[in-house]
Design a protein around this ligand. Structure first.
Ligand code: GRF
Length: 203
């Protein structure tokens, strides 16, 4: 898999740790980012994982950035792209060419977008959580693979709630990516099932 990150990369680190065990079934062939100098990239480099940067600001058009990102990913011929704390919307050049999953810190379809934890708190929900889903061309709108709920506590602020979500998110990400790798998957409309088919298989 190629893992895409924009920041700390704690989810990436969890995948890296899991992938040390050959029985996990998936390995990270590269870590990519949309911005220079992220902590996650430093962690990946220190672990000897190939990295690449496709800076969003270096391109005049979003579509050009998207095409460049797609080409860099393709160099590693991954079976799966994992967007794990990647804060840009991946467009048709990436989504049309690569199978990709994304994690989102809310129970989709509630609270899509870049401020999910803040939006959920502002709305006054008592339960939020995390979602892993396949990417389509919408914003956090693709077929859902798994979700885990996290209760909102009285007095929660955005940072504290997000940290609690990230604890369950890392576990869900590691479990789900491992199952996808070991069992394969089938997408039928909005429904995702584990299990190999001829067309949706991780080699
Ligand atoms: C995660 O909560 C992810 O769902 C969101 O950004 C956070 C990334 O955290 N999109 P990290 O960089 O993996 O620590």
């Amino acid at each position: 898999m190629v893992v895409l990150i924009s920041g700390t990369g704690s989810n990436m680190s969890a995948l890296m740790e899991a992938a040390k065990d050959p029985a996990y079934g998936a390995e990270i062939v590269a870590v990519g980012t949309d911005r220079e100098g992220t902590r996650g990239i430093q962690v990946a480099e220190a672990a000897g994982v190939p990295t690449f940067v496709v800076p969003f600001r270096a391109f005049a058009e979003r579509s050009e950035w998207d095409a460049a990102m797609s080409d860099r990913i393709a160099e590693y011929t991954p079976d799966l792209v994992v967007s794990a704390g990647f804060m840009r919307i991946l467009g048709p050049a990436v989504v049309g060419r690569h199978q990709a999953v994304n994690i989102h810190p809310a129970l989709l379809p509630s609270f899509p977008g870049a401020h999910a934890v803040r939006d959920a708190l502002a709305h006054g929900v008592r339960v939020t959580g995390t979602t892993i889903h396949f990417l389509d061309e919408g914003i956090d709108s693709g077929p859902i693979i798994d979700q885990v709920a996290v209760p909102v506590e009285d007095g929660d602020d955005e940072a504290g709630l997000h940290e609690r979500i990230k604890v369950v998110e890392r576990r869900m990400l590691v479990d789900t990516v491992g199952r996808l790798a070991r069992e394969g998957w089938t997408i039928d409309g909005r429904h995702v099932r584990f299990g190999r088919t001829d067309t949706k298989e991780i080699r």
